[in-house]
Design a protein. Structure first.
Length: 345
């Protein structure tokens, strides 16, 4: 068996954007380079090694340690500087804000850095390579029969709106709830599903949103489904008519691209993550002012009022992703960074 050339750690149990990035990329990257993921919370069908084995990989050639979190940078530094393992340290930064002093110190110790957007790169105090995320357009694709798919998944009929991600104020869940309370009474067949986990810190926040919906008489039309298995999330995208990403803050924000690849138009916020680069306003969906429930409500009205236009936007969204955001391009660009690091020895 050839030596492992890249290790992609995932040091978090719960499903997150970083975890899904690893899940998406590795099946494609393993065709280009000998890469393994490590850590908890990963499905068994991606290339993987046990975490303890990363301490004992052969030291004769360098191995890239591709970190995406502070904990992973720390472990990489431990492996390299304390255990004297032959690792080249790479970090991907998605944050579009000033990093803490601690994070800046960790980043300064990396051998190379990738930024997921030009905005993220602007907050780094060192050179970086900008590589935007892409989508697996074979995995994410339009449904052949939405009604049959909804029946299989136990989802409601009618016009179905989705919002996927962790339940917390950062993700703007409350903004969509407020917009729904204003808009849904005029569209009796429209329903919203939220997927994602609320950590203990935000359980009260989720209860507050559910209580608002119940008081408005919408308790059965806006459902919080909790964290769902990855395979089910992929299928759920296809069952939607419209996707909403109302986040106030976001590193990159992949969910609108996954929805659009599934033939679903998306509403998201301007100047948040990479949403402005992903969505063609008025063509593949809508861009609205961030932290603005009224603007979000108006965009919802516009989309729900014209189902034909919404379906046309979904078809345009799929074409847009196929032309501009294929995951193969992202995987190839990252592997090029790996090769540069491995050759630099």
């Amino acid at each position: 068996m050839p030596d492992i050339e890249v290790v992609a750690p995932n040091l978090k149990h719960s499903l997150s954007g970083v975890t899904t990035t690893i899940i998406r990329l590795l099946p494609i990257q393993e065709k280009l380079i000998n890469i393994r993921a490590t850590g908890p919370g990963l499905p068994g069908d991606i290339p993987h090694i046990r975490l303890w084995k990363t301490l004992f990989l052969p030291n004769r050639k360098p191995i890239v340690w591709h970190a995406r979190r502070n904990t992973e940078m720390l472990m990489g530094l431990f492996l390299k500087t304390v255990l004297r393992r032959n690792y080249k340290l790479l970090f991907t930064s998605a944050a579009q804000r000033n990093h803490s002093g601690f994070t800046k110190k960790l980043i300064s110790k990396m051998d190379a850095v990738i930024a997921t957007t030009p905005q993220a790169a602007s907050f780094l105090e060192r050179p970086s390579t900008v590589i935007m995320h892409g989508v697996n357009t074979q995995l994410f694709h339009p449904a052949e029969d939405k009604n049959a798919l909804r029946a299989k998944l136990g989802l409601p009929s009618g016009t179905l709106i989705g919002c996927f991600g962790r339940i917390r104020p950062q993700k703007g869940v409350d903004l969509l709830v407020d917009a729904a309370i204003e808009v849904l009474p005029a569209f009796p067949d429209a329903k919203i599903i939220f997927t994602g986990n609320a950590t203990k810190e935000f359980e009260a926040f989720q209860r507050e949103q559910e209580d608002k919906l119940k008081r408005a008489g919408l308790g059965t039309r806006a459902l919080f489904l909790g964290e769902r298995p990855w395979d089910e999330i992929v299928e759920t995208y296809r069952a939607l008519d419209l996707f909403v990403a109302p986040a106030r803050h976001e590193g990159f924000g992949l969910t609108p691209l996954e929805a659009m690849a599934s033939g679903v138009p998306a509403i998201a916020c301007n100047n948040v993550g990479a949403f402005s680069a992903q969505i063609q306003d008025g063509v593949t969906g809508r861009l609205v002012d961030k932290d603005n429930a009224e603007a979000l409500a108006q965009a919802l009205r516009d989309m729900l009022a014209d189902p034909g236009k919404m379906a046309k936007a979904g078809a345009a969204a799929r074409q847009h992703v196929e032309q501009n955001f294929r995951i193969e391009g992202e995987a190839e660009a990252i592997v090029k960074v790996y090769r540069t690091l491995l050759d630099s020895n």
